[in-house]
Design a protein. Structure first.
Length: 258
């Protein structure tokens, strides 16, 4: 048996502590870059049931059409690093869960540069492709004292509001992943958003897989053609469309993302 004197023991403890700190720093560093897979679930009958300007006949028809299979699922991904993020579809085209049929996804690529405080959002809506090129406008979050597990991470709750669409937004963010990124158009919390609830369950986007990896070209915005606009123009387009839809008594969310 090897016996250490007090001086040797002190050196051993310092070395051991240094190794632990080094390993911890490596582990921490690995948790700020990678790819998160999400499942986006849209409950269209629930959305339509909320619209007071639609006739009961139309609401019943939608409910009958969807039946018990009342959700629409999309696979999404969030690529993130300490300085940038990119959110888009997991695959180039959408596909049913059983793989029997596929469809063309609407264009959607959302990139953020946290260092330069700039963003570019490619969004297909109202029959056109728009490129929203503007500064970062962080949502006004209120952090709550509730926690829950999402994809194996303890997440805190935060809430805000979409003032254009009049929607309640609930986010669950993981402080263990210290990146201010998130799915859809939401970001700005002290940890990546792993679950996003739009309007009390109408749409729920939940992380299904978190992979930490060194990124290469995953954060590069693909070249896209579209009409360049600012946030104010984007909001004006949505407000006018919602106003026209209410007047015409039709569902606005067939032409815009909920």
């Amino acid at each position: 048996m090897c016996h250490l004197n007090s001086r040797q023991m002190k050196k051993y403890n310092i070395l051991y502590a240094s190794i632990l700190l080094f390993v911890a720093s490596l582990t921490f560093a690995q948790k700020d870059e990678g790819i998160i897979n999400f499942e986006r679930v849209v409950h269209y009958p629930k959305i339509i049931a909320r619209l007071p300007y639609l006739s009961q006949e139309e609401k019943d028809r939608v409910k009958l059409t969807w039946g018990s299979d009342d959700d629409w699922k999309e696979k999404m991904k969030l690529v993130f690093s300490p300085t940038k993020s990119l959110y888009t579809y997991l695959n180039d085209q959408g596909e049913s869960e059983d793989g029997t049929w596929a469809w063309r996804n609407d264009e959607l690529v959302i990139t953020r540069d946290f260092e330069k405080e700039k963003k570019t959002e490619v969004i297909e809506m109202l029959g056109k492709t728009y490129i929203v090129d503007d500064s970062l406008h962080t949502p006004k979050w209120k952090v709550m004292n509730q926690i829950k597990d999402v994809a194996g991470y303890i997440c805190m709750k935060a809430v805000t509001e979409d003032t254009v669409k009049k929607q309640k937004i609930t986010a669950w963010f993981a402080g263990d992943i210290p990146v201010s990124a998130g799915p859809e158009r939401y970001f700005g919390l002290p940890g990546v958003i792993l679950e996003l609830d739009i309007n009390e369950g109408d749409v729920v986007i939940t992380a299904t897989k978190v992979e930490f990896k060194k990124l290469d070209k995953e954060l590069i915005m693909p070249k896209t053609k579209g009409k360049k606009i600012k946030d104010a123009d984007y909001d004006a387009l949505l407000r006018n469309h919602l106003k026209d839809s209410i007047k015409s008594q039709r569902n606005p969310y067939w032409a815009i993302r909920y």
